[in-house]
Write a new protein. Structure first.
Length: 222
């Protein structure tokens, strides 16, 4: 059992009820437009901007989703040749693109991905960036600057054994303050409420301050 699994066992993680159906992640361009192709069976279709996001469409095993399995899916999707590590590097570069401009998130992703280089590293749970959790078909601009959904995307998601889902959030100032730096208690309260709802649904949610991560990760690199 790896260290991550040992930690989760100690935490008593219960897992999320239901089966994974739509894993849409790592958008590196405009927001995808989604419609319900079959509202009864919850079948979705991306009608616009599908080229900018990734959609994992394979069934999960009871072990979750490992980096090796995600790499194999990427290989088939892209028709790649070469070694497994070369194909994994291609996937890494594509996922990294979705965090363009957010150095704290990229540091987290890079640091975790270094674990894949271990002898058993490809069997670790894949750290999946920018995963759609809720979905509002309209942009904030179209809604006058506010969405009815508090959090549409998770910074990172790990799919682990027994339907376990771990959410990792990297918080910058925009999570608790206005653009001018003034504290926004209402924004913070909404974020805490949403975290609570996720935990009640069986998710594990961990938040880290971007400033803390930058400081500690940069120190470790040095």
């Amino acid at each position: 059992m790896n260290t991550l699994e040992q930690l989760l066992a100690q935490l008593g993680m219960t897992g999320v009820a239901g089966e994974l159906k739509n894993l849409i992640f790592a958008a590196n361009g405009p927001k995808p437009r989604i419609v319900l192709q079959d509202a009864i069976n919850n079948v979705i279709e991306i009608t616009e901007n599908a080229q900018y996001c990734l959609v994992f469409d394979q069934p999960l095993t009871g072990a979750g989703l490992s980096w090796r399995e995600l790499t194999a899916w990427w290989t088939l999707k892209q028709g790649l040749a070469g070694s497994e590590r070369d194909r994994a590097r291609s996937l890494y570069r594509r996922l990294d693109e979705s965090m363009d401009g957010n150095e704290a998130e990229r540091l987290v992703f890079k640091t975790y991905a270094e674990l894949y280089a271990r002898a058993d590293g490809f069997d670790l749970p894949a750290l999946i960036p920018q995963v759609y959790l809720h979905y509002d078909p309209y942009t904030r601009l179209e809604r006058g600057g506010r969405s009815p959904l508090i959090r549409q995307r998770m910074d990172f998601l790990l799919l682990v054994a027994n339907r376990g889902r771990i959410v990792i959030e990297v918080d910058g100032r925009q999570h608790y303050a206005e653009s001018d730096g003034r504290a926004n208690p209402a924004r913070y309260a909404e974020m805490v409420k949403e975290d609570r709802s996720l935990r009640l649904a069986g998710y594990e949610v961990y938040r880290f301050g971007a400033k803390e991560l930058k400081r500690s990760l940069i120190h470790d690199v040095r």
